[in-house]
Ligand binder design. Sequence first.
Ligand code: FAD
Length: 492
Amino acid sequence: MQQVKKVVIAGGGTAGWVTAAALSKQLANLVDVTLVESEEIGTVGVGEATIPPMLVFHKLLGIDEQAFMRATHATFKLGISFEGWGDIGERYIHPFGTTGKGSFLADFQHYWLHGKTLGIDYAIDDYCYELQAAEAGRFARSDSSSISYAYHLDAGRYAKFLREFSEQHGARRIEGRIARVEQDPDSQHIRALVLASGQRVEGDLFIDCTGFRGLLIEQTLQTGYENWQHWLPCDSAVVVQTESADTLPPYTRAMAHDSGWQWRIPLQHRVGNGLVYSSAHLDDDSARERLMTNLETAPLTEPRLIRYQTGRRKQFWNKNCIAMGLSSGFVEPLESTSIYLFMNAVVRLLKLFPFNGMQSAQVDEYNRQSIVELEKIRDFIILHYHLTRRDDSAFWRYCRTMAIPDSLAQRMALFRECGQCFQSSDELFRLESWVHVMLGQGLMPQGYNQLVAAVPEAQLRQHLQGIRQTIGQVVQKLPSHREFIHYYCRAS
Ligand code: FAD
């Protein structure tokens, strides 16, 4: 079996440069890392909201947070404000971080539900620090604080930042359009990328980061695609950048409309906007008009249309090619999971790196872990669409009544009947995330774990009151998000 000494990354969007950064830093002189990208083709140019595991990835690479935030004009993100999802006019925040404090045997929602029966009728939101800080528009972090957060960032600047990082760590960049992919006639393994200039770029392992095209994984290896459009029917987005607004909320806004939803992502220097929709329910011109008439500030760019198909590649690792980023599939931008998914995929690859050539057990394990992780995320996203009482359009009627995966139906039933929710070890979204979204979209449990009734009422009252009070006091003292960014990102 051929040893892996040369890794070739096809594509230099966020996925390509994230992969190059991690491999060049972690594999140092063990392998050569080359990235081929084409400025003429460009990148998808979206993907600006992230989730907290990004901090772990940056730590692994030794990235300085202040330098990163200055370079990418990033802001902090404490969660997502979902508007009009459960029903028109309703709103909730899905926050990062923990909510309340449960016990080993019963999670917090049981104490909260029991409290309600005793007349302690505060919203679950009151018990989450990140949620309260988000609502107040406040933010601060320090090395000793345990606030859970992520970032909003400028995707183009982030790719440049990672390119510089990767090149400093020895990655080589080649500019050019890949015109042809050369395969071994027997094994069908990829041998080289042939550029339009005629240059051949040989490698032992190829990472396909060519975006929706899937130039290697699909156009060359014909790996196949599992379509999830029957569960996640949005397939289009029209996107535009606008000027900064007066407010700088430390959260993303996800505003539902009759055929999908609209995002608003605040950065230091501008706002990212996009209208996501199902083309079976809304035509492109109407989508464009809807977005342009629902902007907070003046546009800086022309609106741009992006088409996609929700689903996943049947295999993420096929022969000597691994798909990362959009070439591997796409769930939905709704919970900002895409960048996370390829950051975690690179970590998975580093743990299973084929130094001694492609071993089928390693390839199978990589694919197994990737599929399990993605399917759990998929269920969580479907939950947002399915768990609605909206009846104002064919789109929402479809989502509300569509068949859902058994795994999701089981989770919803467990919560509805018993207030129970469990997070498995291979799952990204924490139980609190599920609880906030299910409650936020109107699924109130009919029961809870009666074990919590063993706690004396006075003690429970004190416990719940204590959490709320502490959160309230701490949040009040925080600076505004804008003030903190100004202080934190000033030139040193
Ligand atoms: P691209 O950015 O498309 O990069 C492809 C690269 O391949 C480019 O460099 C291109 O030049 C190169 N290439 C292609 N063909 C060739 C060729 N023949 N020769 C040479 N080079 C070639 N993710 C999040 O985490 N958060 C979000 O908020 C979020 N929002 C999104 C909203 C929408 C509407 C969409 C569609 C996606 C969103 N995503 C989000 C996903 C995110 O944008 C992507 O995961 C991320 O940008 C990575 O894209 P990529 O690098 O895989 O592909």
